[in-house]
Ligand binder design. Structure first.
Ligand SMILES: Nc1ncnc2c1ncn2[C@@H]1O[C@H](COP(=O)(O)OP(=O)(O)O)[C@@H](O)[C@H]1O
Ligand SMILES: N[C@@H](CCC(=O)OP(=O)(O)O)C(=O)O
Length: 372
């Protein structure tokens, strides 16, 4: 049996609407403080945590004195805009009790499929983690309606897991985990302790694809686990009401359902890079850079690049050629073609002076690079 959270270093935790709200009315501040205390404990254990939390609409409805959840999308969006203030505030003050700082990050699915925004979101989040800050993420409901319509922050949490190459995704909800069928409807439903993420049988148990969805339910959680597995992350679905659930999971206790990925994080990412990315340009490396990449597993720095071709954007894939023109690697480049042309053969310490800003000191980070 695997103790996913004990081994995991970087963790995405998703807290669903079903948990964070006080019977649909505003936020459950007491429950929220419990999860915050547990996350503070995980931080003390040396883990990096990103929190994806729902609850903006529920809090917004309370602030607006709306008794009934509106059906019009624009009203839900307005409620989310009002409530997000309270949600961010509640987390900020609760984490402050543990001397931890928070950051609000609002994302849409499109932000994470657009290459440039993807890299921007990635560097923001990894920088926040380096600064020891807890990012609190929610869907940007003002511009996106997927989460509101489907009640689904699970997908967003999985996309964030892929984005920051987290080792594990924890989805806290109002059930003990994934059951063989919906326990609200079937009293004989059995809790599953360990399954393989992406197993079609579990998609069936969660309601099957195409079933009518008012709320995300388990189906979006199972699909989120499948998506998280693509970047090698294991998923745990567990009850947020379980006493000290996050700390006990991190201590290795088997709680809830484990949905296992088959491949390690880095291997999964490299597979994805090699298989799916269309190459938009080429960078030619000098001998030293070829050696740094292929022998020492280093990142590519601008100083090792002698020429470029193609019109690529930040975040697109480029081929890395050796001095004879043979492709030795490919990866996601941190600067567009015009910028790369300006900084090639130059030390990274000069990037800011040349461009007027510095996105990253590497041209291609080794995690975004696959050797051929
Ligand atoms: N196989 C299943 N196992 C557990 N819960 C299920 C299953 N199929 C459907 N569900 C339903 O999914 C609900 C949790 O989803 P949801 O209400 O969207 O939670 P959240 O707000 O935490 O995302 C449960 O309360 C349960 O009724
Ligand atoms: N983003 C919205 C709704 C998202 C949502 O309900 O998702 P989920 O917690 O997966 O059911 C909010 O904060 O209210």
């Amino acid at each position: 049996m695997q103790s996913i959270l004990k081994q995991a270093q970087r963790i995405v935790i998703k807290i669903g609407s079903s948990l964070v709200t006080n019977q649909g009315k505003g936020l459950d501040h007491v429950a929220l403080a419990c999860w915050v205390a547990q996350i503070a404990h995980l931080k003390e254990m040396g883990k990096e945590v990103v929190l994806v939390s729902s609850g903006a609409i529920a809090e917004g409805m309370q602030r607006l004195n709306w008794e009934k959840r509106p059906t019009a999308l624009y009203e839900l969006q307005a409620a989310a805009a009002v409530g997000q203030m309270g949600l961010a505030q509640a987390y900020a003050s609760s984490f402050c009790q543990h001397k931890l700082q928070t950051a609000q990050v609002l994302l849409t699915h499109e932000d994470l499929s657009n290459r440039t925004r993807y890299l921007n979101a990635r560097s923001t989040l990894t920088t926040l983690l380096k600064l020891n800050i807890i990012p609190i993420i929610n869907e940007n409901d003002t511009v996106a309606i997927e989460a509101i319509r489907f009640g689904d922050n699970d997908t967003l949490a999985a996309l964030v897991t892929n984005l920051i190459e987290a080792d594990a995704l924890v989805i806290l909800t109002d059930q003990l985990g994934l059951f063989t069928s919906d326990p609200r409807k079937n009293r004989d439903a059995k809790l599953l302790s360990e399954v393989s993420a992406g197993d079609p049988a579990i998609e069936e148990m969660a309601g099957g694809i195409g079933s009518s969805i008012g709320r995300g339910g388990m189906q979006t959680k199972v699909m989120a686990a499948k998506r998280a597995a693509r970047s090698g992350a294991d998923t745990i679905i567990a009850s947020g009401h379980e006493d000290n659930v996050l700390v006990r999971l991190a201590e290795g206790e088997p709680i809830g359902t484990r949905l296992l990925a088959k491949i390690p994080v880095l291997a999964a990412r490299k597979q994805w890079l090699a298989d799916y990315l269309q190459v938009r340009g080429e960078v030619t490396l000098d001998k030293g850079a070829v050696k740094a990449l292929s022998k020492h597993g280093k990142s590519l720095l601008p100083i090792g690049v002698t020429k470029i071709s193609g019109d690529f954007e930040r975040g697109e894939a480029v081929a890395c050629l050796d001095p004879t023109g043979k492709e030795i690697a490919r990866g996601l480049i941190n600067y567009n073609a015009i910028e790369t042309q300006k900084i090639l053969r130059r030390p990274s310490s000069e990037i800011a002076a040349i461009l007027g800003y510095e996105d990253e000191s590497e041209l291609i980070h080794r995690n975004n690079l696959v050797l051929l």
